[in-house]
Design a protein around this ligand. Structure first.
Ligand code: NAP
Length: 517
């Protein structure tokens, strides 16, 4: 069986100690192992700081952007191979796998272009210079420079390619070397990506290292200018944020965690309209794409009370057409969840919801997957629950069920009521609302905006061209307050800030101008 080595201090190192086994979630067959012991994290971090950091800081933004563009190109060259790995190790359908892999390539390409736009400079101006002396000769200029440490990127199991790329692109263009750690259970895609990039010799030594397997004492070796960028569950996030070393050294931390994303139908939208069809399509896609294992997926659906039966009927009709089974088959639309633990967690989440809601579709997730031997695989079918009282349904707002599960709840149609119910999720990555009523939207966005990192407005005029709320775009911020971790990634040039230090420069106006242009 394949052993996944880590790529540390310039070499592939297999490690030792107990093996973590990666399995195919469709067949439950083991496909690879990883060993997390016997890896010298202190040396790896030093290698990044001493070799990777100086090499990247010697480059301009444009040159670092070119590295991202080359990484994106290398993904295109290996696309089919990566898709096959995502199907085997992640339970992805081909469409799910493309979403992850093309998302990674697109994000890297976007940051390639951004680096080129920032140009042949190493110091980035932040705003305009301000006069601080008697004459305009003496000015102050805020500026961004790379943090002289290492960015440790810890990712969740659901996006082994895109999850890495969105952090990596920002860190590299900013000028920080990276040590990445994918979730062990689905590490095959990340491992192969790093292997492909290493074989292509794109990056300077020390600019990208890979840990496959448990984190061990990695975090104990972080220090002041380092960055810890984490995506995963709130529980792990809490432990990392409070880690003694992180606190003592003021290591900069960015958290992307759980989110109970809501979709709100406003009273002005008829289901038969284009905006209404968009709403139904978005909810269906988010429930079933990647088997609901998207941090941005719609978990809560708020519908004016009088329309709830129509909405439930429309969603039931769509969900009935989702074929669940072996994701390598072309006729299958939804595969298994990624791990046995995931399947147990999702079923426990359905049971919690069942205690407070009515069944609308899918029972407790039992399904007979197409093309899979009986009893095999981590399958949970799409499950839709419903309640007449969205505000009073506590489990709907309290627990993220990370699978193909959503709850439709009734509200009174008022924008402020909808925003207040959205806020019961205690902070989310994205909320979507479907309306063409400017007054309703203004009231909703003002109240709900503070609880969400992004608000997606589905309306008549954009219905035909929308990718839906579940796609994290490199141009727009990804991350949200509260439960979602209060982090921020992407957002074009804003995404670089995590990996850079803002420094206020004071001096001669022409000298400062030369430094930043
Ligand atoms: P997880 O169990 O918290 O694991 C996330 C990552 O943290 C994995 O790489 C894991 O490694 C690592 N890890 C676990 N314990 C650690 C420790 N003590 N020190 C350092 N690293 C540690 O989360 P998950 O099950 O993979 O992901 C599901 C969750 O991620 C969901 O709640 C979802 O909402 C969230 N998510 C959020 C976003 C977002 O952008 N906000 C995106 C995707 C997913 P091992 O695999 O080796 O244990």
């Amino acid at each position: 069986m394949k052993t996944l080595a880590s790529h540390l201090t310039g070499a592939w190192i297999a490690g030792d100690g107990p093996a973590a086994t990666l399995v195919n979630p469709t067949t439950e067959e083991p496909i690879a192992v990883a060993h997390g012991r016997g890896l010298d994290f202190a040396a790896a971090l030093a290698f990044a700081r001493d070799r990777g950091g100086p090499a990247l800081r010697a480059l301009t933004f444009a040159e670092r952007g070119a590295l991202c563009a080359a990484l994106a190109k290398a993904i295109h060259g290996a696309r089919e191979e990566l898709i096959a790995l995502a199907v085997a190790n992640g339970g992805n359908t081909r469409g799910d796998a493309k979403f992850d892999i093309d998302g990674a390539a697109g994000t890297l390409a976007h940051y390639g272009e951004l680096g080129a736009k920032l140009g042949a400079v190493r110091v980035l101006a932040d705003g305009e210079p301000v006069q601080i002396g008697r004459t305009a000769r003496l000015v102050g200029q805020h500026a961004w420079v790379p943090r002289p440490g290492v960015a440790v990127l810890i990712n969740a199991f659901n996006f082994p390619a895109w999850g890495l790329a969105e952090k990596l692109a920002c860190a590299l263009v900013a000028g920080m070397p990276v040590l990445c750690k994918p979730a062990t259970a689905t590490a095959l895609v990340t491992h192969r990506l790093v292997e492909i990039w290493a074989e292509a010799g794109i990056l300077p030594a020390g600019a990208l290292q890979l840990l496959v397997g448990p984190a061990g004492d990695l975090v104990d070796h972080l220090r002041a200018p380092d960055v810890l960028a984490f995506t995963g569950s709130s529980d792990t996030a809490r432990a990392l944020r409070g880690h003694a070393r992180v606190v003592a050294e003021s290591v900069r931390v960015n958290i992307e965690a759980d989110s109970l994303n809501a979709a709100v139908l406003a009273p002005d939208v008829e289901l038969s309209s284009e905006a209404g069809a968009l709403f139904v399509a978005d909810v269906t896609r988010d429930m079933t794409q990647k088997t609901g294992q998207k941090c941005t997926a719609i978990r809560r659906v708020l519908v004016p009370r009088a329309r709830i039966a129509d909405v439930v009927d429309a969603l039931k009709e769509r969900l009935a057409g989702i074929v669940v089974g072996d994701p390598s088959r072309d006729d299958v639309r939804m595969g298994p969840v990624a791990t046995a633990q995931q399947a147990r967690d999702v079923r426990a989440g359905i049971a919690r919801l069942a205690a407070a809601t009515r069944e609308a579709f899918g029972g407790s997730g039992e399904v007979s997957p197409l093309g899979v031997p009986a009893g095999k695989g981590f399958f949970v079918g799409p499950v839709l629950r419903t309640t007449d009282d969205a505000r009073g349904c506590e489990p709907m707002h309290a627990h993220e069920v990370f699978g193909p599960v959503s709850t439709v709840g009734a509200y009174d149609g008022d924008a402020h009521t909808a925003a207040a119910i959205v806020a019961l999720g205690q902070g989310g990555l994205v909320a979507s609302c479907y309306s063409d009523d400017r007054d309703w939207l203004g009231r909703f966005v003002t109240e709900a905006g503070g609880w969400n990192g992004r608000i997606y407005i589905g309306s008549e005029k954009i219905a035909a061209m929308s990718a839906g709320p579940g796609t994290a775009l490199p141009q727009l911020q990804h991350g949200g307050p509260g439960r979602a971790g209060d982090g921020a990634e992407l957002g074009g040039a804003r995404g670089l800030a995590l990996y850079m230090q803002r420094v206020a420069l004071q001096g001669d106006a022409s000298l400062l101008k030369a430094l930043t242009s």
